[in-house]
Design a protein around this ligand. Sequence first.
Ligand SMILES: Nc1ncnc2c1ncn2[C@@H]1O[C@H](COP(=O)(O)OP(=O)(O)OP(=O)(O)O)[C@@H](O)[C@H]1O
Ligand SMILES: [Mg+2]
Length: 226
Amino acid sequence: MVECVNVHKEFEIGDIPLSVLSGVSMRVESGEFVAVVGKSGSGKSTLLNIIGLLDTVTGGEIIIDNVGINTLSDSQRAILRNKRIGFIFQSFYLEPSYEVYKNVEIPLIIGNTPKRERKIRIDECLRKVGMYDKYKAYTHTLSGGEKQRVCIARALANNPRLILADEPCGNLDSVNTEVIMQIFMKLKNEGNTVIMVTHSHEEAAWAERTITLKDGCICQWQTKIT
Ligand SMILES: Nc1ncnc2c1ncn2[C@@H]1O[C@H](COP(=O)(O)OP(=O)(O)OP(=O)(O)O)[C@@H](O)[C@H]1O
Ligand SMILES: [Mg+2]
């Protein structure tokens, strides 16, 4: 479960404050697949980064599995991020000088997973995204869709229950987008929580609920009628 309670975020540009989130409150239950949409600059990435502990609030609170993260120390936040949250980026951020498997291994090494167990996790995650046959390929040789699937495998390495994706298909064509959306549906059906930021209403249609951000606030909740 993820809850945002009256979340505020201001950036300082020079001496001028810029209010990006001005009182966002929302709750995402475990096992839900939620899309966040809104115009460019509406604060989607800022909100996702805050939920993913990559950034901090200037007001309000984020609660993950009943724990308020404001009270956590830096090292507790780092552990939570490593073990419980998988982050997927539009631009992948894979290490090009590493093979596919080594990219997936990074969060496992950070999490002190023993070598034998690392191998099991890497195999499982690469199989899940259909990239096991590229185990030893260097990531700079992969197509965009393949890179994103490796990025998802890396995000899943520590078996996190919360998957956060910021424009995961922003650089992909419709065929690869469908492959990624099917993976998210599978993750959701396995009980994981998926929060995806997107510009695309076609992608948002895969989610059960869509949240629209406007002027730093949630202006619309939409639940898919099935
Ligand atoms: N580190 C920062 N310092 C200053 N301003 C920032 C910072 N990060 C984001 N902003 C500003 O906050 C606003 C919201 O940015 P954000 O990246 O969250 O928007 P977004 O909805 O994800 O947009 P896009 O759809 O273009 O990705 C923008 O005006 C942006 O310039
Ligand atoms: Mg963004």
